[in-house]
Design a protein around this ligand. Structure first.
Ligand SMILES: Cc1ncc(COP(=O)(O)O)c(C=O)c1O
Length: 385
């Protein structure tokens, strides 16, 4: 149970709490609208359409997507990544990725590789999770169709050199798919400035929306095979999926309440200003890194630099396993952090922590300096026992 005295620092898994407008938007949708988006012409059905269109427009503004219909809704970033990867590759293609990926990328690529559809090459990363773009670019071949990379690691927060990879990929006509699970909503993100072709995000982390929401930006000119076929409420006489976006990739009834909440969250972030949001998370990261560096026996992983990472910090304390440390923080201090591999075993191979993983503390825009002080105080206490 969440009590006012407890401290939630597992925002990289899912953010909590949400802005109050998010709770209100979900409830309003369920109580006052409750119809199926894109399926009817009566007034309450049109109200559902308006909620979805407004959410799409707010997210497009937040990510600087030139046309809102290039953003399609999914149920989470895992679905977005599956749609982008499985929809883009053809038998015989070569795909390049990094050694810091989440299983949402890794297992999807490995499944295609084990079926003999694609070949995968993996760019090594440093022990702080950093990627030298040349290590990735040296793996490109004529058959490379796609580069898939995380924007910021969910283990160390390490930011990846996206622009350098994007400009080289563009010159060679290779598509770049970015996993923005840890940056969307928490960090300045501009799909046009970054030069990415596909950007996958989840709604329930930095974007501060409900679980069960996510999306994929698909650059104009890129055509993917849909991940699923079915009703779209449009061109119903066609036996195949319509070509128009977003319908082509949004078969089945959308998550109306979730999208209503996500739209409210995006409008909240737009009103706050993403620069201010990112600066708050940088300040918390700076504060936490400074305090944690003074705790005897505590080893922090990653760049340890708030300008080179997002608000995700992995650490271990000598003499205690990550699982026991996370348990002690929760039981004795009411501090919720995550322990283990964080669904990213490749990242732990890069860091040298594959045997036990790490403890991870992660912030959101609604985290406070007092949360950081409580974490550092508790770790000091445990370390001095
Ligand atoms: C980098 C990264 N990719 C993918 C995911 C999967 O997110 P979701 O469970 O919302 O699909 C996560 C979160 O756990 C993540 O941090």
């Amino acid at each position: 149970m969440f009590t006012p005295m407890s401290v939630y620092l597992d925002n990289a898994a899912t953010s909590f709490p949400k802005p109050s407008t998010v709770y209100l938007a979900v409830e309003r949708y369920m109580r006052e609208i409750g119809t199926s988006p894109g399926r009817g012409t009566y007034s309450r059905a049109r109200a559902a359409d308006e909620v979805v269109a407004r959410a799409r427009a707010a997210l497009a503004r937040l990510l600087n997507i030139p046309r809102a219909d290039r953003l399609v809704f999914t149920s989470n970033v895992t679905e977005s990544l599956n749609l982008a990867i499985k929809g883009a590759v053809r038998p015989g293609d070569h795909v390049v990725t990094t050694a810091m990926e989440h299983n949402a990328v890794w297992r999807c690529l490995k499944a295609l590789e084990s079926e003999g559809v694609i070949e995968v090459a993996v760019a090594p990363c440093g022990r702080d999770g950093t990627l030298d773009p040349d290590d990735l670019l040296s793996l490109l071949r004529p058959a490379t169709r796609l580069i898939v990379m995380v924007h910021a690691s969910n283990v160390t927060g390490t930011l990846m050199p996206v622009e350098a990879v994007a400009s080289a990929a563009r010159l060679r006509g290779i598509s770049l798919l970015l996993d923005a699970a840890q940056t969307a909503g928490a960090y300045e993100l501009d799909v046009q400035a970054l030069g990415v072709d596909l950007l996958a995000f989840t709604g329930h982390k930095g974007l501060l929306g409900p679980q069960g929401t996510g999306g994929l930006y698909i650059r104009d000119g890129i055509v993917l095979r849909p991940l699923k076929e079915g009703g779209t409420g449009s061109e119903s006489v066609l036996e195949r999926q319509p070509d128009e976006l977003p319908d082509r990739y949004e078969a089945g009834t959308l998550n109306g309440p979730g999208i209503a909440g996500l739209g409210a969250a995006a409008e909240f972030l737009l009103a706050e200003g993403i620069r201010r949001v990112a600066e708050h998370e940088r300040a918390l990261t700076r504060e936490a890194l400074g305090r944690l560096s003074k705790i005897p026996g505590l080893l922090v992983y990653g760049p340890k630099d708030p300008d080179r990472q997002v608000g995700v910090i992995s650490f271990n304390l000598s003499g205690i396993s990550p699982a026991d440390l996370a348990y002690a923080l929760d039981e004795m201090y009411g501090i919720m952090v995550r322990a283990g591999l964080h669904c990213a075993p490749q990242a732990h191979r890069s860091l040298g922590t594959i045997d036990q993983g790490t403890v991870r503390a992660s912030f959101s825009y609604l985290s406070t300096t007092s949360d950081v002080e409580r974490l550092a105080g508790a770790l000091h206490d445990i370390a001095s026992r």
